[in-house]
Design a protein around this ligand. Structure first.
Ligand code: ADP
Ligand code: MG
Length: 565
């Protein structure tokens, strides 16, 4: 193939413009992105080579090399990973296949720290090279293709790119950045590159090599003598011993896998032995992602088998209601060629999912039950962000229902937030036989619900439930530690021993006295109301609607109607 010029897809042009302008003050992230691509390419090769060892050719040791030429002002990131064919280069470096590009662009809005995280999250990392380079040349050869089928891709990052066939002996990819003058002055320095790699890429499990530098006293400058050294730790973080890992290292690792600008709220790191052997390193983020409500969204847990990366977003490893958890699971038992379909059925995966679920719940419990005010505040933050998702677990995870019920927090007539069932029970009145709650669309509606009047009068606490999932959740949860849960808007509220004899008698007398009126009302409402009763539940309001004991409550009926059911 002779040299051909191709136009970028329109979105790529926009992305290029935005990326290079929005991220200029955080430019060093280009190195993180390009090293991470090099590492992905090596992971892909290792994976493909499971079925075809010949792909390793004569280079079984996967690695990344970073080197530069001060005269030419070029910086090269070289990997001996899977490489790209001409078609792959055109598709991967000339178009943006991922959806969400528009969303990404809308979000790039000048918050540098956030934007720098977004760039990786949306899979446009390669283009970040153009922050510092006015031309990028990519020389690559797909593993398995002959040396004559190498490809050179080159672009100034404006409207178009060139592709040509080259001879390339070594498998893999060289990303050659032709740096702008001011960036050359900053980045063509072993020290600067080393410290940036240390900051972002220490946990990359491949060795990242750079040429050693020595002081030459005759020339009076640093010289490089073609000897290479590994400049990162090159050990996947989760394989290291807990006691050797600092909080800052955990945080950095979390930020790299999640693209979150914030530190995690909590994490758990364990090596599990026994019937099923695996290592888990799981994080709970501080903030919910935008797509938290998309239950089809893939999970945030990466699967490794014996340190070989297998797949991102292995949803079979976590129940849907814990879809906000990020992290890594490294199994010692699964076959390396495990597929998503196989994962769904594997007993080992089931054991991992159960074990990991318990760990996450344990991590949340230790915050919720902690004596430290700091931990309690963390749990309150967690609840605000993810509580509504956790509630889904009550209908999904029968095994952990009780643990989940203890983690629930509510608003009530007693406190605006943070009320647990245990708190409620501790405040129950003498003779109170149930945990009372009311559901509504908004807190204001819940608070002014006429059904609450009698409870207010008697000083009985009522939980105020306003999350969309609450009714559904409570259809799966009928009691808490032997106390039944009762919707105050359903059936005849039996206040049991809380109602005194005089009140009961007054109610019966009223029912008698109002019988003619009730009959008239029943007749007038016969198609619209099942029954009309005298009630003791109102104090100030003249009338209220209630659902029959076994019917859907008004609130759920409204929700289903909205959902078109
Ligand atoms: P992402 O890494 O999220 O897919 P990037 O913009 O960083 O997005 O990279 C785009 C694509 O280009 C990658 O998915 C990969 O297919 C290809 N690519 C980039 N760098 C390399 C490399 N060093 N080796 C092989 N393929 C690469
Ligand atoms: Mg990338």
């Amino acid at each position: 193939m002779s040299k051909h010029t191709h136009a970028f897809q329109a979105e790529v042009k926009q992305i290029l413009h935005l990326v290079t302008h929005a991220l200029y003050s955080n430019k060093e992230i280009f190195l993180r992105e390009l090293v991470s691509n090099a590492s992905d390419a090596c992971d892909k090769l290792r994976f493909e080579a499971l079925d075809n060892a010949a792909l390793y050719e004569d280079q079984p040791n996967l690695e990344v090399r970073v080197f530069f030429d001060p005269d030419a002002k070029t910086l090269t990131i070289r990997d001996n990973g899977v490489g790209m064919s001409a078609e792959e280069a055109a598709a991967n470096l000339g178009t943006i296949a991922k959806s969400g590009t528009r969303e990404f662009m809308a979000k790039l809005e000048g918050d540098q720290k956030k934007d720098a995280q977004l760039i990786g999250q949306f899979g446009v990392g390669f283009y970040s090279g153009f922050i510092v380079a006015d031309r990028i040349t990519v020389e690559t050869r797909r593993a398995g293709l002959p040396a004559s089928e190498g490809v050179r891709w080159s672009s100034e990052g404006t409207g178009e790119y060139e592709l040509e066939t080259i001879e390339k002996a070594g498998r893999g990819t060289d990303i050659i950045l032709h740096l702008r003058d001011e960036d050359a002055a900053e980045f063509l320095s072993t020290w600067r590159l080393k410290s940036t790699i240390g900051k972002y890429s220490d946990h990359i499990s491949l060795p990242i090599l750079m040429e050693k530098e020595e002081w030459d006293s005759e020339k009076n400058e640093q010289v490089r003598k073609g000897e290479w050294e590994t400049v990162n730790k090159a050990a996947a973080l989760w394989t290291r011993s807990k006691s050797d890992i600092t909080d800052a290292e955990y945080r950095d690792f979390y930020q790299q896998i999640s693209y979150d600008a914030e530190a995690p709220l909590a994490y758990t790191h364990n090596r599990v032995e026994g019937r099923s052997e695996y290592t888990q390193l799981l994080f709970v983020p501080k903030k919910a992602p935008m797509d938290l409500w998309n239950r089809d969204k893939r999970g945030g847990v990466k699967l490794y088998v014996k340190r070989v990366f297998i797949m991102d977003d292995a949803e079979a490893l976590m129940p849907a209601y814990l879809r906000f958890v990020k992290g890594v699971i490294d199994s010692a038992d699964l076959p390396l060629n495990v597929s998503r379909e196989l994962l769904q059925e594997s007993r080992d995966v089931k054991a991992i999912r159960e074990g990991s679920t318990k760990r996450v719940l344990g991590m949340l419990e230790s915050l919720a039950d902690s004596d430290s005010a700091d931990d309690k505040a963390k749990y309150a933050d967690f609840w605000k962000e993810f509580g509504a998702v956790l509630k889904e677990g009550l209908g999904e995870d029968f095994q952990n229902k009780e643990r989940l019920a203890k983690l629930l927090r509510f608003a009530s007539t007693h406190a605006d937030s943070g009320v647990s069932f245990a708190d409620y029970v501790s405040r129950m009145k003498e003779g109170q036989e149930a945990i009372y709650y009311v559901t509504a669309d908004t807190m204001a509606a819940a608070k002014s619900s006429p059904q609450l009047e009698i409870f207010k009068k008697k000083g009985i606490e009522v939980l105020l439930l306003t999350d969309r999932v609450d009714e559904w959740m409570l259809s799966h949860l009928h009691e808490f530690e032997g106390q039944s849960l009762q919707n105050v808007a359903k059936g005849a509220v039996d206040l049991g021993q809380l109602q005194d004899e005089a009140e009961k008698k007054a109610a019966e007398e009223a029912a008698e006295a109002f019988k003619p009126t009730l009959d008239k009302l029943k007749d007038a409402l016969k198609d619209r109301a099942k029954d009309v009763r005298v009630t003791t539940r109102l104090v100030d309001s003249p009338a209220c609607l209630v659902a029959d004991e076994h019917d859907m409550s008004g609130h759920l009926a409204r929700l289903l109607k909205q959902a078109g059911q």
